[in-house]
Design a protein around this ligand. Sequence first.
Ligand SMILES: NC(=O)c1ccc[n+]([C@@H]2O[C@H](COP(=O)([O-])OP(=O)(O)OC[C@H]3O[C@@H](n4cnc5c(N)ncnc54)[C@H](OP(=O)(O)O)[C@@H]3O)[C@@H](O)[C@H]2O)c1
Length: 279
Amino acid sequence: MRAVVTGATSGIGEAIAAKLAERGTVVLVGRDDGRLRDAAARIERAAPGADLVLERADLALVKEVRALAERLPAADVVVSNAAVITDLDDRTAEGLQTLLAVNHLAPYLLLRLLAERIGQRRARFVIVGADPVALARVPVDLDDLESGRLRVPDPDMLPFAAYGRTKNMNAMFGYELARRLTTITVTAAHPGIIAGTRLGRNSRGALKRLADELKLTAPGSEVGADTPVWLATSSEVDGQTGGFYVERRLTPTAEHTTDRARCERLWRESAQLVGISNG
Ligand SMILES: NC(=O)c1ccc[n+]([C@@H]2O[C@H](COP(=O)([O-])OP(=O)(O)OC[C@H]3O[C@@H](n4cnc5c(N)ncnc54)[C@H](OP(=O)(O)O)[C@@H]3O)[C@@H](O)[C@H]2O)c1
């Protein structure tokens, strides 16, 4: 098996890569050479002899996502896991909002391009999303993909609410991609509330206090990796596409994420933003 994992330099992505390394070659995708080498060393210590390939790409940049898709081998499994929580005014060198670019546009473009490369072979795409119960409260505003008009009572929580919207985009994209692909199965998963990752590193105020509180009770990344790895490898989900899973269970997500017209519109708007055909 040959697998690709994005965001494999820490947290849940690293744990997913370590598990998949027990079954074959794993391409670790990260944006920093040093952190990629460190993650590979940790995985090799846990799984001696692991066959790891390191791919550096800043997923905030459309041109780097495109170049990555060209370099990557046709994989059997692709796990889209990388994400960030950043301020809404944080922009990439290409002028896109970083939050939208990393969390939604990168998986959108990467998986679409890889699907073209994989063609009619069988493969599995797994998208790491977030908690569908919490996300039911933050529907994507299709007229405001960067959440510039989003208001919340505590401004410190704004990046988290906007992040939540991008995680809803993950679910919407997963459903739409699954409808369009035939030999590649597409599933998405909430990894659980997981401690010890770097996701909350930029948080402050109430969001930081919430993250610190969760650290005391939440499980670690191996638990977060369980459902995505199961979706990537288990015969129990052979041929099953288009589902969203929590703790290995098929779980409904809010209607605003499943509505066909909304998913199609997100697909079209995203195509325009990254400069790819509607497909
Ligand atoms: N932790 C939770 O409680 C929780 C809950 C629900 C969903 N999730 C989801 O789980 C996934 C993993 O999150 P985590 O908690 O493990 O967080 P994490 O430790 O911060 O991992 C995120 C990964 O994404 C990478 N990344 C960020 N920006 C990137 C960029 N521009 N280019 C390339 N890679 C980039 C990070 O690389 P760097 O090391 O270079 O930053 C890191 O490897 C995310 O999709 C998150 O939304 C997590």
